[in-house]
Ligand binder design. Sequence first.
Ligand SMILES: *Cc1c(COP(=O)(O)O)cnc(C)c1O
Ligand SMILES: [Zn+2]
Length: 499
Amino acid sequence: MKLSDFPDDIKPYLIPKPNGDMFYRCLGCNKTFGIEKLLYTCPACNQVLLLYDNHFNSLKDIPGNLWHKIFDYRKMLNLPAVKGIYRFHEFIGSVIPLESIVYLGEGHTPVIRANKTLEAAAGGPFFFKNDGQNPSASFKDRGMASALSYIQFLIHSGKLSEVLAICASTGDTSASAALYGSYLTPHIKSAVLLPHKKVTPQQLSQPLGSGAVVFEMPGVFDDCMKVVESLSSQYKVALLNSKNAWRILGQESYSYEIAQEFEYDLADKVIILPIGNAGNLSAVMSGFIKFYEAGIINTLPKIIGVQSSHADPVFRYYSEPDPAKRKFVPVAVKPSVAQAAMIGNPVSMPRIIHLENAYNEFAGKQKVFFVQVEEQSIMDWGLKANRNGHIACTHGGESLAAFVKARSLGLIDANEVGVIDSTAHAIKFSGFQDMYFQKTIPADFEVSSNPELINLPVYLRPNDLEKVPEPGKPLEGKDLEIFINRISDEIAAYLKLSK
Ligand SMILES: *Cc1c(COP(=O)(O)O)cnc(C)c1O
Ligand SMILES: [Zn+2]
């Protein structure tokens, strides 16, 4: 819609102006630091940081229902900078001018109601939010758009010139970092560090295709993370892991979009998402808290974080009911089909502890829960979702498995509705589907193939036919006729078709 056509009371708010006063705060020692420099950890105590805005309180001067209109009308603007996560500019990166915003189509991902069959199987109503429909096919693009917009802002304001962006990854962070980095060529060069053979071929192809330098090393993600932490503390590189607080900030858009999708009424909603490095859960809690504090939503939704029993340090931490007795112990991970969440020592654990506590306090009761699921149910629920019209990846399967488990544990009431995060696109993890269908998943995954879910191609090559077409050698005339008839007869017989 043209700017002149918007209602007059909305016009002054429609196009956001850079107007924040942002700073980092350390979750360890509480010290604050300006944002003119890229910081990953506290220079004083080395703990992780979160970003805050000194102007946040002034956002409360705008009534909640006016915010609803601002965001809803902004959806109709043909202005790329505010089409994605920066529709919520005042909450996402209030200092960033629109001309520094990098928009590659991230955010505004669809929320899809499950069909009757799948809801009956899962035991209740739910939606998938398809974050696999982001440009690099995972939710990581939300945080990367934020981090790279901030870096571009530093470049535009002359504080940075050339940047070497680096990250460790279970596959999707590197895909996203390399994509956004390549858009900012020649100012940004990307290097990514992957655990050898622990990312899928699709995920490996992504940073290669974007032109990043791709390093592979032995070990798991946690080992790669140690290396990039060492590099970023000694050399001039921009760390793009979710240790970077700008990533968290951008991923808060996931919560804002859910609020908008359900017309800012989240009273009966249960948000379910997988936990790996714990950046996403941190962001989602933080996002809902901000909208709640600003009066944009009146109820904080329930949140359920899920981990596989093969990589469950956060679940273990919270399985101790007494907060005073909780002790964080990293775990050695075992192979998981939810491979992007196969992390034993999540970098954002201090953020989780801080935000879980704040969330429950704002809610006035416990609203954040943690659930553990088995590899078998991750795989089975993911495949069931795919058979019912969804593009859920294995982590979407993990979230759905957690929905089912949480219902059986009584953590979700009969009237509550799930909003389930499918964090990536199914095709990124189709190798697990292939192995499941071919019954070749290695034993240490502890997944066996349910025959009812197996689906394999049917090869039609009638043995008694001497002549079949081959590339470059087509059949003709009578031979072609015989061949076509035989193949169609076999298909008709297989499908038991009637004439
Ligand atoms: C990164 C990732 C996760 C885990 O998110 P964290 O923020 O690391 O907790 C889950 N699913 C997919 C597909 C991912 O790429
Ligand atoms: Zn500190």
